[in-house]
Ligand binder design. Structure first.
Ligand code: FES
Length: 179
């Protein structure tokens, strides 16, 4: 694995261990998950132990140690979206994609996850594909959307650029010890 990009990311944060969380976020954005080699390099460059970096990577649900699909589909099942039909959206996607929530299709195209409230309850039911929200989604619209994504017919918005300075440093001591 070419780790040049990981070194660039770490350099962006001056290899400062207090930015470990932001660094992991950027690495995950780059690879869609956190490959083992990238974690080992990050630990080495930040001067922390592999155990510490793995604790951080496994403590936050947003991180994944497993490869994710090209399109990460998150279906909201918070209360408002639940009563507006969120479960039917999830069932539809599970059936159409042939996977359950938490899984990735064998071709690596789609991953499916459930989230609890995205803070846009009035727009529910809502699903998010990568960083792009899709409001008032219906089962038919969900089927149409994944068909278009699979065919490469939907432009996905780039993930919003986040300036390093805008992120709060993370205190590694706030992450509970393993075990
Ligand atoms: S419950 Fe779905 S956005 Fe709030």
């Amino acid at each position: 694995m070419n780790l040049d990009r990981v070194n660039e990311i770490i350099d962006t944060y001056r290899a400062d261990r207090t930015n470990a969380l932001a660094i992991l976020q950027d690495i995950q954005r780059e690879y869609n998950y956190l490959p083992r080699e990238t974690l080992e390099l990050a630990a080495q460059r930040l001067g922390i132990t592999p155990g510490e970096i793995y604790r951080l990577a496994t403590f936050f649900k947003a991180f994944s140690l497993q490869p994710k699909g090209e399109f990460m589909c998150r279906v909201c099942l918070g209360t408002a979206c639940h009563v507006r039909g969120g479960p039917r959206i999830l069932e539809t996607l599970e059936r159409e994609l042939g996977i359950r929530a938490g899984q990735t299709t064998v071709d690596g195209k789609f991953s499916l996850e459930v989230v609890r409230c995205l803070g846009a309850c009035a727009l529910g039911p809502i699903m998010v594909v990568n960083e792009e929200p899709h409001a008032y989604i219906s089962p038919d619209k969900a089927i149409s959307l994944i068909a278009q994504l699979a065919a490469g017919k939907v432009e996905q918005a780039e993930a919003p650029a986040v300036q390093p300075a805008a992120r709060a440093p993370v205190d590694l001591s706030s992450v509970p010890p393993a075990g």
